[in-house]
Ligand binder design. Structure first.
Ligand code: HEC
Ligand code: HEC
Ligand code: HEC
Ligand code: HEC
Length: 155
């Protein structure tokens, strides 16, 4: 009986550990472009210097006073990193490092990859439809008359 009990508790502990570690695997969070800098200096420097995305927070901040809270939230969807998602943008005061549209708007939330350096844990196989069109949507492309190419505006 005593042995059975020990076995029961051991099995429970293993199951608990398993479900915890599985939970962690699925919980990808946004970490911000600065977290990529150390291992990808060249992409980071190019992005910060040449991509207008790296300054997309400035464009919105200039207009904040003239916008209703609802309009502001709309801007955040496209001009910041991970708005409303785990680890993502909350406000310019609370999460200034997520204020621009950073690396992760194209490559997806990078917590696991930035922690491990494992290339399989980050999105690199990108397409216009899936990874760009959420922000560069059809309406915009029609109105602004501008549709980006896959390799443009990155690094
Ligand atoms: C601890 C170091 C480290 C950090 C931090 C890191 N990476 Fe990486 N990354 C790597 C290594 C190592 C590779 C594989 C070799 C390579 O392609 O440079 C890689 C590859 C990649 C790839 C290509 C993957 C592929 O399948 O070809 C992308 C995209 C990428 N990283 C994006 C990011 C982004 C975005 C961040 C920040 C959220 C980031 N990395 C942070 C180490 C890191
Ligand atoms: C989260 C929203 C979002 C996603 C996803 C997104 N973009 Fe953008 N992109 C923006 C915003 C916002 C700007 C304008 C920044 C500004 O000027 O304030 C922009 C600007 C650009 C520009 C203008 C030129 C420049 O200097 O940066 C290009 C090109 C571009 N994006 C390409 C792409 C491509 C290619 C993809 C997909 C691989 C993509 N974008 C995905 C939001 C996004
Ligand atoms: C659906 C996504 C989306 C939303 C919502 C959005 N933007 Fe943008 N914005 C973009 C993209 C993408 C660009 C880059 C130009 C392009 O391709 O349309 C851009 C460019 C800009 C520019 C730069 C124009 C230039 O000539 O450099 C400003 C300023 C701007 N947006 C302000 C705002 C403000 C303020 C809001 C909120 C009221 C907002 N945007 C909402 C996607 C968006
Ligand atoms: C506008 C979208 C976009 C943004 C923003 C972006 N990337 Fe990329 N990235 C791409 C595309 C497209 C590729 C090429 C993927 C392929 O080969 O299909 C790529 C490839 C990579 C690779 C693989 C090696 C290479 O250069 O081909 C790394 C590493 C990488 N990106 C890191 C970053 C980092 C770090 C940032 C932020 C500083 C960043 N990316 C921002 C679109 C983007």
């Amino acid at each position: 009986m005593k042995h059975l009990l020990i076995l029961f508790w051991a099995a429970l502990a293993v199951m608990l550990g398993l479900s915890l570690s599985m939970g962690n695997t699925f919980e990808k969070e946004y970490v911000g472009s600065d977290a990529c800098k150390g291992c990808h200096v060249q992409e980071y420097d190019n992005f910060m210097q040449y991509a207008s995305k790296s300054k997309s927070d400035e464009n919105v901040q200039l207009m904040m006073d003239k916008l209703t809270p609802e309009e502001q939230r709309e801007c955040f969807e496209c001009h910041t990193t991970g708005y409303g998602e785990p680890g993502g943008f909350i406000s310019f005061e609370e999460t200034p490092e997520m204020g621009h549209a950073g690396c992760e708007v194209c490559h997806g939330p990078g917590s696991e990859h930035a922690f491990t350096g494992d290339p399989y844990l980050i999105e690199a196989d990108l397409t216009i439809e899936e990874h760009c069109a959420p922000c560069h949507d059809d309406d915009r492309v029609r109105n602004i008359n501008y549709k980006p190419l896959l390799y443009s505006g990155a690094h």
